[in-house]
Design a protein around this ligand. Sequence first.
Ligand code: GDP
Ligand code: MN
Length: 376
Amino acid sequence: MNLHEYQAKELFRAAGMAVNPGEVARDPGAARALAQSYGGSAVVKAQVHSGGRGKAGGVRLAHSPAEAERHAGAILGMTINGLVVHEVLVSPIESIESEAYVGVLVDREGQCPVFMVSAEGGVDIEEVAATNPAAIHRLRVDPRYGLLAHQAYGLATRLYSDSGLARQGARVISQLYDVLVDNGASMAEINPLISTTEGQVKAIDAKVSIDDNELFRRPTIAALRDPGSESPADLQAREAGLSFVKLDGNVGCCVNGAGLAMATMDLVKYYGGEPANFLDIGGSSNPDKVVAALEIITSDPGVKVILFNIFGGITRCDDVANGIVEAVRRIDMGVPLVIRLTGTNEELAREILAGAGLAAVASMDEVVEQAVRLAG
Ligand code: GDP
Ligand code: MN
């Protein structure tokens, strides 16, 4: 689960970190009042779960309350990477001396948190990573000991040659590690971590992703979820209890079990196709889940064919077949459907499908090849 910048900053503040002040506005008038309260000038920032807001025009400096109101009016309602802005964060303008990048994320392969820092932070960090990777320094943290003081200071010296700034930077870096661990985050990032012309180090941007599997034991963090920031498909999938990840291809995949879903995507690629999604309808499917899954898949205009791949173990093939027949009756698919069903109650499932004029094949290769061909 991704947090908004203003929510992530609250977690930073709770860890004691130096963060620039700011408040959320939901209409231009409120932004104007906030700018007024900051002495007239302010920075107005779109609150959406996307990076690159600055480059998209979602971060603007205002030098009067009227200008803050105009900027908020322009940013509220704008779309950044497909996400509509409903809130802006309004902060006093900082006078920036330098912009650094500090991030920590869980490295699954290394099975430990890994820090990445760069003195060349700011809106071009992706370009730095691509063209000058040596400017990004990495440090793996042994989770048994946590981030040690000398490690934090060592990272900070990559950012600042001045020892006073490095000390402040080291404090922020340790605090960021605490944010990661204490909130069950998989990623916590500051870009930019600025030093001001007055020699103060502080975070003026914040990005945190919480591991979804941590949410059940962290109700206050789970409550930070903003349903308005999720795509309708993600929202519907979560409500129906489906694991769904949207991808860019055109073969809509509906599979039971995460392992089979991954294998199906591999096979789609093997036959030259591109999956439109990962979708696991779960172990014990009921027809309603199948209907919800098909609604989600067909709402993607990129989908050219729908591929069902069901291995009936605990899942009963007849349940899935009933779901498919029900869905075909309820929604206008508009694209061909290819089905592979095997396992528990397979014969019954075939009869149910045949009754609705649908056929199923038994081989995974055959059905995937068929799907890729139909997708063109
Ligand atoms: P992002 O583009 O979504 O990462 O948004 P950021 O919060 O990182 O802002 C983008 C850029 O706007 C920063 O790298 C800064 O250069 C600039 N910026 C943001 N806040 C301020 C501020 O208070 N003062 C000044 N001078 N620049 C700012
Ligand atoms: Mn940023």
